[in-house]
Design a protein around this ligand. Structure first.
Ligand code: F6P
Length: 319
């Protein structure tokens, strides 16, 4: 009988639980045994592995975080460390592994695949920064969390006629900042994929003020600079009363949106289908609303790109 293990790795994201549930239930549906690895690759090394049954994934589809816990495990890059994980999997007779996580987790997954474990990646990160999928699990929820925060901040920004600088997560990618900025009607969106011209931002704020505009919202992706730095830079060019707001890890929590739950359910099940068909060494994703799989090599080949048309639109609408 095929034995499949599942783990979550790297920064958690809302919808990871829905993905775990899907992998577990689909595996059992197909007649396979399924194991949960706790604490990501760290748990693989430490033999923190447990057989899962249908009931173990009940009542989790609506929960944020990950039932299997997560960890960052940079030492997994070392062959000697990975060997321990491989031995543990072999001990249980596990030949297949589903890794739910981001880019870094995929690299560990790829290595394991090369070393004989049939491995599939499932994109789980709020950053939306992985090639081979239009959307990652957790992005939609984080987007809605940020938009809600922006709406609230806008209320007080209006009351006090202030400029707010809101720092958004995303690591080196600007997707979350871009989408949230567009959805939240931000006057300025600063993302790593477009050079930040703070002088131009200051000029725009000034023009707005002269036009009678009372407040301004700047969304800055953490990959560009911190909100604090952005405020300091801005005040070099303009005398403006700013407040900085760092949204931080609240962006990673909360119950997943319906979209994230559906995406997680589809991708988790697809991972099991691929393993059933003897396909591995790739990650699942959704492109143009079609489920796809992409070889790990291809995913790492190119740097993730933002949607340029969306960025252009955000510029056009924030005049
Ligand atoms: O990758 C998800 C993410 O939340 C990034 O947006 C952020 O840069 C990073 O993780 C924070 O990591 P940690 O929780 O380890 O501080």
């Amino acid at each position: 009988m095929k034995k499949i293990a599942v783990l979550t790795s790297g920064g958690d994201s809302p919808g990871m639980n829905a993905a775990i549930r899907s992998v577990v239930r689909k595996s059992i549906y197909e007649g396979y045994e399924v194991y949960g690895v706790y604490q990501g690759f760290q748990g693989l090394i430490n033999d923190n592995i447990e057989k899962l049954e249908l009931g173990d994934v009940g009542d989790i589809i609506q929960r944020g975080g990950t039932k299997l816990f997560s960890a960052r495990c940079p030492e997994f890059i070392e062959a000697g460390v990975r060997q321990k994980g491989l031995e543990n999997l072999k001990k249980y007779g596990i030949d297949s592994l589903v890794v739910i996580g981001g880019d870094g987790s995929y690299r560990g997954a790829q290595r394991l695949n090369e070393e004989g474990i049939n491995t599939i990646g499932v994109p789980g990160t709020i950053d939306n920064d992985i090639n081979g999928t239009d959307f990652t699990i957790g992005f939609d929820t984080a987007l809605n969390t940020v938009v809600d925060a922006v709406d609230r901040i806008r209320d007080t920004a209006t009351s006090h006629e202030r400029t707010f600088i809101i720092e958004v997560m995303g690591r080196d990618a600007g997707d979350l900042a871009l989408w949230a900025g567009l959805a939240g009607g931000a006057e300025t969106i600063l993302i790593p994929e477009a050079a930040a011209d703070i002088k131009a931002v200051a000029e725009r704020i000034e023009t707005g003020m002269n036009r009678g505009k009372k407040h301004s919202i700047i969304i800055v992706a953490e990959g560009v600079m911190s909100a604090q730095e952005c405020g300091m830079e801005l005040r070099k060019y303009i005398n403006v009363d700013t407040r900085e707001s760092v949204l931080g890890h609240m962006q990673r929590g909360g119950k997943p949106t319906g979209n994230d739950r559906v995406l997680a359910s589809r991708l988790g099940a697809l991972a099991v289908d691929l393993l059933k068909d003897g396909v591995s060494g790739c990650a699942v994703g959704i492109e143009n609303n079609k489920l796809v799989e992409t070889k790990f090599d291809k995913i790492f080949d190119e740097k993730h790109q933002i949607d340029r048309a969306l960025y252009k639109l955000s510029q056009e609408l924030s005049i």
